[in-house]
Design a protein around this ligand. Structure first.
Ligand code: CP
Ligand code: NVA
Length: 300
């Protein structure tokens, strides 16, 4: 059977994604299902950027499913000394059973996957963060039911998380409005390919009107630290707070992949308010990735 990778949400069909989320909810609600499905299996984790949630959730997921995880930092492996990605992929995939990578360039992740014998999972690139979207969708399903036909508003930078929301709009069948300042739009090709369900607006208030879910992310992502000050100015007026949420649907949820910068892209009050489901969202990284690992590694 051909090796399946999870580099973007488009690597699975809409039905497969829904089944992964269904299974994640079942795993969360039935501790008995924490079986030994990954027994004797090893997950290799290559992280070129910092991580709390992604790293810990993958490592705990493997432990709870009877397997183990191996953290590989480029500074301690030959990757950091210039061994080609293709060679590292060939070698590692002869030893471990599944590999997850957090890196900068999405093309590097694709190159690695092309030379890997085992499934490769995107743990975040500059272009996409699909594992986060599994958790986000799980969280919406748990709190509000099916997201199909709903309206979601992204407020902030058109970067990796926003791109994954565009893919999610297509795969989970919802309308996505993106409110961002000029110069911070998501990739034009992605917007064009999904023009039937994705639109860019400049006014956050108009964008969130009657939305069922409002989402944001930091204004300066990993790798953009040098632009932090300039971005603070560019994103003025794009903070998600109670005032903005008041324009959304009365039962609208707020999500943020975290880490959050309180007082910048989100107000401190909103992050801890009842309509914020960010802590469930973070916990669901664990459950969603367990379901994903089983989907990729335990198919007959
Ligand atoms: N949301 C997320 O991916 O968090 P980490 O950077 O802590 O993994
Ligand atoms: N957009 C953020 C997400 C962090 C999980 C970043 O790339 O740093």
């Amino acid at each position: 059977m051909a090796t399946r990778h999870f580099l973007t949400l488009l690597d699975c069909s809409p039905d497969e994604l829904r089944n992964i989320i269904k299974h994640a909810i079942a795993l969360k609600n039935s501790p008995d299902l924490r079986d030994e499905s990954m027994k004797n299996r090893t997950l290799g984790m290559i992280f070129e950027k910092s991580s709390t949630r992604t790293r810990v959730s993958f490592e705990v997921a493997m432990n709870q499913m009877g397997g183990s995880a191996l953290f590989l930092s480029p500074s301690d492996t030959q990757l950091g000394r210039g061994e080609p990605l293709e060679d590292s992929a060939r070698v590692l995939s002869r030893m471990v059973d599944v590999i997850t990578i957090r890196t900068f360039s999405h093309a590097s992740l694709e190159l690695f996957a092309q030379h890997s014998r085992v499934p490769v999972i995107n743990s975040l690139t500059d272009d996409y963060h699909p594992c986060q979207l599994l958790a986000d969708m799980q969280t919406f399903f748990e709190h509000r039911g099916d997201i199909a036909g709903k309206t979601v508003t992204w407020v902030g930078d058109g970067h990796n998380m926003c791109h994954s929301y565009i893919n999610a709009a297509r795969q989970f069948d919802f309308e996505l409005r993106i409110a961002c300042p000029e110069g911070f739009e998501p990739r034009a090709d992605l917007v064009e390919a999904n023009a039937d369900r994705v639109q860019i607006l400049r006014d956050p208030v108009a964008a969130v009107r009657d939305s069922h879910l409002v989402v944001t992310d930091v204004w300066a992502s990993m790798g953009q630290e040098d632009e932090s000050l300039e971005r603070l100015r560019s994103f003025e007026g794009f903070q998600v707070n109670h005032e903005l949420m008041a324009h959304a649907a009365s039962d609208a949820l707020f999500m943020h992949c975290l880490p959050a910068h309180r007082g910048e892209e989100v107000s401190a009050e909103l992050l801890d308010a009842a309509d914020s489901v960010v802590w469930d969202e973070a916990e669901n990284r664990l459950h969603a990735q367990k379901a994903l690992l089983e989907f990729l590694c335990c198919r007959d």
